[in-house]
Design a protein around this ligand. Structure first.
Ligand code: SF4
Length: 353
């Protein structure tokens, strides 16, 4: 347990959490929507500090980030809890566990005991151990991923600050629901972010994700303006967000921020509370890809189905293939450290060294 830095005290020992766009007001003894930030005697504590429920060495392409140090490994951590309730979550067994406890146990004291037990389950992995591992193994970056990193802000922040001291970069894989305060504080240490833009309607965000689209749209603009390297991902779910209109709306919104932001359209597989929905077909993914290109995005990528058109990076000027990928593996990259097309010299946006 660790005292939070992103909160303010209110009357009667209440607190307001400032880590994400819910801005939960929490009574003494209670937790916010994420279930991992708890008010104890008028102060807010992070229950999962230093407790990684998942820690893996991934390809950076898995985040997905395609224009950020391609072909490198990234040390990836996540905790239990989340501030969304996505019915399709592929990590629901860790992200939704606090929500399930809150739903199952109405008695507050029982909830507290259960949350304590669950949050204690992660392996002890404090910031210094993460950074030490990366230094020993020459891992150039750390991802705060698997669940929404804003909810374990202080754990990520301390790790990121230490990582930067040794030249190790930091990446958020996010639902885009950070508070303005969280992004501004993390900004000096945040090198890249992939934000899920899960749909483009209130209904989709409310019914399927348990959130609202506005803060996400705002944060896409905000992170771009801050100069943090940004890529956007949409999981295309049959019958829910795969209409031509919705995909066009998403692509047009991204383009309104910048046509150089890579857009990943990825395939859904039946998960968690959406096991009755069929997987996304190759045709649908190709249609989403074409929509993105037609709208004018320079970099559109298909994901979660290997081997279909849309995994590689081409120069938008001369069409030279610059990065070849298969699945989540970078097979070949000809973009130099200068970030230019090896054929015509066009600048390709991203972080290449
Ligand atoms: S991180 Fe978000 S959901 Fe969790 S307590 Fe803070 S404001 Fe609420």
């Amino acid at each position: 347990m660790h005292k939070c830095i992103l909160y303010k005290k209110l009357k009667d020992k209440k607190v307001q959490c400032l880590a994400c766009s819910w801005y939960c007001k929490i009574d003494e003894g209670g937790t916010g929507i994420c279930g991992v930030r708890q008010n104890k005697k008028g102060d807010l504590y992070l229950l999962v500090y230093g407790k990684a429920i998942a820690a893996n060495l991934d390809n950076i392409e898995k985040k997905p980030l395609y224009h950020f140090l391609p072909g490198t490994k990234i040390f990836s951590i996540g905790t239990v809890g989340c501030n969304f309730r996505c019915k399709f979550c592929q990590n629901w067994d860790i992200s939704q566990v606090a929500a399930l406890i809150k739903r199952e146990f109405k008695d507050k004291s029982k909830q507290t005991v259960m949350l304590g037990e669950i949050t204690a389950q992660g392996q002890d992995l404090p910031p210094d151990k993460i950074v030490e591992y990366c230094r020993e193994h020459n891992i150039p970056s750390i991802a705060y991923t698997y669940n929404e990193p804003a909810i374990f802000f202080e754990y990520a922040y301390d790790t990121a600050k230490l990582a930067h001291k040794y030249g190790i970069r930091n990446v958020f894989v996010s639902n885009g629901y950070e508070s303005k305060e969280a992004l501004e504080k993390f900004h000096p240490y945040l090198d890249a972010i992939n934000i899920d833009l899960k749909g483009f309607t209130q209904e989709f965000y409310t019914k399927i994700c348990g959130g609202k689209p506005e803060p996400v749209l705002e944060n896409i603009k905000r992170t771009y303006e801050m100069g943090i390297w940004l890529e956007v991902t949409t999981l295309v779910i049959p019958g829910h967000n795969d209409s031509n209109k919705e995909l066009t709306d998403i692509a047009e919104f991204i383009k309104s921020v910048s046509d150089e932001i890579p857009w990943h359209v990825t395939a859904f597989y039946p998960q968690y509370l959406m096991r009755d929905i069929p997987p996304t077909t190759q045709e649908t993914l190709r249609r989403a890809y074409k929509i993105g290109k037609k709208v004018g995005l320079k970099y559109v990528y298909t994901g979660n189905i290997a081997g279909i058109k849309g995994e590689n990076t081409h120069c938008p000027k001369c069409d030279e293939q610059l990065i070849e990928r298969y699945g989540l593996v970078c097979e070949k990259c000809t973009i130099g450290m200068n970030g230019k097309c090896s054929s015509c010299g066009e600048k390709i946006p991203g972080v290449w060294k």
